[in-house]
Design a protein around this ligand. Structure first.
Ligand SMILES: NC(=O)c1ccc[n+]([C@@H]2O[C@H](COP(=O)([O-])OP(=O)(O)OC[C@H]3O[C@@H](n4cnc5c(N)ncnc54)[C@H](O)[C@@H]3O)[C@@H](O)[C@H]2O)c1
Length: 371
């Protein structure tokens, strides 16, 4: 197969889909790898390293997309990339289709095979290709939140960890999954008081155990959320219903009742956000204020720490990539039910239930689509 690695074009997105180590393994398996020039440079990988690993360096994105059977990216394609869609192309990347009907339309119209990192499952039923980026974003959310709590950034001027004699900040984490537990870990490490709100009581028990009682846990309902957000200096949104648009759990009214200068980091914004007042922002213009509350809603937070993120992401994606390249998409999907859950579009059919329900569209089960 010809595997293509274009340079990311999303605002301030500095990650890359394959590292030189991945190129070497693909080439050893008999594949040709086209890497767009400078694709890895912001993650710390020079063209020469890709070349030494066996890749062909290509000057133009159009050539990479046009020549490759399988294109590997990090973020969902943006509008300027839609022209590269064509029948027969296999696209392996984050797609986050639920809140983007336009991208869904274009993938379906061009009959692209779209395999989305964020809906692939492993044998335990977890989301192995979302996990590493959720770890990064969860940990980052607290350092970002701490920065926006500074007066100069519009925040209330509270130091997350406090000092002896002064109470630390109160952090409310909505959703205690990968993002939430990583956020909790860093917030605790910085000395904050932490409450995690989740609808899954089993998960809350696990967190209580893991953190040895040092965090508070709270069952998710409007009443509890309303109280917890009113008390919070920093709210982290980390709710996920896989493949679907995130539920707006923190309502506009709750935001209006929060402290002035409090900060919301809605990490779940890539699935539409779990805060009603959240709208997607970018690294070049990351924040805005509603009712005196600072909102940070960058859809590709890990892009700010590309070195760590690229290595963490490709550690997880590469084994799947190699299987798709070696077996072809249809066979790889047939042989791995978890990978098949990653299939979102196939020959003009929408194949992911969550995406279909979020967009109120028809869908076809993967097994029927690829039969
Ligand atoms: N913005 C970014 O750059 C970025 C980066 C990585 C991940 N994310 C996003 O962060 C979100 C969370 O990802 P994750 O890996 O932590 O998911 P996860 O599945 O590990 O955790 C989600 C948690 O939400 C909880 N939840 C579901 N419904 C709830 C409700 N009604 N009330 C409270 N909790 C509820 C679940 O029980 C679960 O514990 C996803 O949307 C993911 O795409 C964003």
């Amino acid at each position: 197969m010809i595997v293509g690695v274009p340079k990311e074009v999303k605002d301030n997105e500095a990650r890359v889909g394959v590292t030189p180590a991945g190129v070497m393994a693909l080439v050893e398996a008999g594949h040709t790898v086209l890497v767009e020039t400078q694709a890895g440079v912001q993650s710390g990988f020079q063209d020469s390293e890709y070349q030494d690993a066996g890749a062909e360096i290509v000057g133009e994105a159009g050539y990479v997309w046009g020549k490759s059977d399988l294109v590997v990216k990090v973020k969902e394609p943006i509008e300027g990339e839609y022209v590269y869609f064509r029948e027969g192309l296999v696209l392996f990347t984050y797609l986050h289709l639920a809140p983007v009907p336009d991208l869904t339309d274009r993938l379906l119209a061009a009959k692209v095979t779209g395999i989305a990192y964020e809906t692939v499952r492993d044998r335990q039923g977890t989301l192995p290709l979302l996990t590493p980026m959720s770890e990064v974003a969860g940990r980052m959310s607290i350092q970002v939140g701490a920065t926006y709590l500074e007066k100069e950034r519009g925040g209330s001027g509270i130091l997350l960890g406090g000092v002896p004699g002064v109470l630390p900040a109160q952090v409310c984490i909505v959703g205690g999954g990968i993002v939430g537990s990583n956020a909790a870990r860093i917030a605790l490490g910085m000395g904050a008081r932490v409450t995690v709100v989740d609808s899954n009581l089993k998960r809350l028990r696990e967190l209580d155990e893991v953190f040895n009682g040092r965090i508070h846990t709270l069952a998710s309902n409007s009443y509890n959320l309303s109280q917890a957000t009113q008390e919070a200096d920093l709210v982290i949104g980390g709710v996920l219903i896989p493949g679907s648009t995130a539920p707006k759990l923190v309502t506009r009214r709750m935001v209006s009742e929060m402290k002035s200068g409090a900060v919301i980091v809605d990490v779940a914004i890539d699935q539409g956000g779990c805060v009603e007042t959240a709208r997607p922002t970018s690294h070049s213009n990351p924040s805005y204020i509603v009712d005196g509350v600072v909102h940070y809603c960058v859809t590709n937070m890990p892009g700010a720490v590309p070195h760590t993120s690229t290595l963490a992401l490709t550690n997880a994606t590469f084994p799947y990539l190699l299987r798709i390249a070696n077996r072809g998409a249809r066979e790889a999907l047939r042989q791995d039910a978890g990978l098949a859950e990653g299939l979102n579009t196939w020959l003009g059919m929408l194949t992911h239930r969550g995406v279909a329900e979020s967009q109120q569209r028809q869908w076809t089960a993967v097994a029927d689509a690829i039969a």
